[in-house]
Design a protein around this ligand. Sequence first.
Ligand code: ADP
Ligand code: MG
Length: 681
Amino acid sequence: MASLYKMPLTKLSGVGVKRAELFAKLGINSVGELLNFYPRAYEDWTDIKSISDVKNGEICCIKATLGTPVNDSYSRGGTILSKGMVFDDTGSLRILFFNNRYISGLLKVGEEYLFRGKINDEGYGLQMLAPVFSPSSEENGLHAIYKQTPGLVSKVISNCVKQALTLLPKQINDPLPEQVRKTFSLCGLREALEQIHFPKDPEKLYDARKRLVAEELLVLNLGMKKLKEHSRGVSGVKISADYSDDFKSKLPFELTNAQKHAISDCVSDMLTKSSPMNRLVQGDVGSGKTAVAASVIYTVIKNGFQAAFMAPTEILARQHYETFKSFFENTEIKVSLLTGALKESEKKQIRSQLADGEINLVIGTHALITDKTEFKNLGLAVTDEQHRFGVSQRSKLLGKGDNPHLLVMSATPIPRTLGLIIFGDLDISIIDELPPQRKPVKTALRTTAQRKKIYDFIRKEVSEGRQAYIVCPLVEEGEIEGLVSAEEYAAELMLNQFQDISVGLVHGKLKSDEKEEIMRKFAANEYSILVATTVIEVGVDVPNATVMVIENAERFGLSQLHQLRGRVGRGEAQSYCILISDSFSESTRARLEVMCSTNDGFEIADQDLKMRGPGDFFGSRQHGLPQLAIADFADTKSIELSQMIADYILFTYRDLRADELRLLNSEVEQLFEQVGQNSLN
Ligand code: ADP
Ligand code: MG
């Protein structure tokens, strides 16, 4: 099988350079990859109807003989109409093709075929419109439907797959050892490949799917387990005293119980385990993760170590810097900020103070993980908004110390099953409680026709001293037709509706110091309204903002909308989120209605996963997860099965390097290379 991944598609008859390029568009570059290009759906050709039983409007399959030659004629509009009569034992009907000049040459009188198409019976006699057909000797079972690209239709792909299957060597080495297959009733690889592309019946297809899904998730699972094992060296960081009680008095508020729990989870990891802490703190937006991190950082620093806090954006890093400075105001702890936007000379100075241990806590962006940054004795690495960082960035930060503790914070509520895979290498604490006196944000869905009312509402809030965000999907005018751009929108507001109100504009194309300045002004209430793109999505904290308006809300994923909504409702005043969308699509409105009906991030994440799949769920592939070929992250049962198999394998063979697992192990390694994590061994 391995050699097929090196065999170019042009080895297949009927595939030249041109067609190979079309395949490449689908991400298929070798015969092996073609075999791993699984159908997206199937048509059932097993249920064959008698012509006497077919009904108007239904899509069905008949087995019939061509009785008259297919005749071409032209309609008045110039369309080629090809007609023929077919019959079986129970009756006859007309088959009708449009604009296909080759049809008449393909079908032969007296031959029996399977035809599948839509029945029309509206007074012109019984017809089947533009049927797909195959010689009756050849076809039975379920027909695979592949994702197509212009110039490369499913049927052609299917023919190529058929050829590719014949190239499989007689004895293929199966990555799943026989014992594993037997134990979990999984079919062999050859059987699975044959049946996934050309299933004989639904049962065979089910078995093939089960096996391929199990293998794919298993590889992911084993990779995560490997990662976890890998990170369990002995910590070079000795934490012997808990200072979190001491820290409480420095906070301007009382910690919630959930915050206290998360802190004590972390502290007990660091105090009692020989291996370093590897903990994820997951909490909805506004649940107060920063204070948790601060408490843990305080304890680590009091034990004589340095701490690093990495945020995904400049804005966020600066904001955290301000927060931590105020938390640690009356202590001897020295806090610094290290981001790409600083002058070279400033960065140099901070780096030298980090190296000689003068700085206790550094807050920063990716600048923290460049080679130039060194620590004297890094004891704790914290990453905020985990989904913005890949696994490899996380491990780079850890590499700055001698097995330091790791605290990962995420506001993206991950459905539990998915969490098992993505965070398989982490222990998890969940902050499931919001600070008191928080009123849930009220959310409404509106159309653009109601803008005037919405503006009146913003004006009223602003007149009470509050602030509003208006989020648009685009930065500049005309990037995509029909979508609102932030620049245009801000200009319009400044010139018309809100001449007398200060309006700011922030978007990702601004330089980071410009962004900072605008965010700073908004936080200082120098702007009452901030028109923005999703740059404000993550973490920014302006408790005085009470209105979040989102234009073209249909363009955003639920989890993203939830993050945006989390920018308001951070103070004690009632806050509002207004989703604007003119989409009439039922599924879109249903999606947006979910936002109106709940504020629970986990519920929203679950819905999002169900409705859009995990790719969109994360907005992009930044999460470091590979694209799945056949499995589905929403498929809890299969994820659980794969977990069981993974445990079984590790129990049975002890080590992934066991001889029986050679192929499986190399799949695991390949996968992690692909997602940019190559420090597995
Ligand atoms: P997130 O979990 O989204 O990172 P933050 O840490 O930014 O949330 O906290 C959100 C806001 O809530 C901040 O203004 C913070 O000062 C405040 N806050 C955090 N914990 C508490 C608490 N226990 N009581 C009251 N306010 C709190
Ligand atoms: Mg935060």
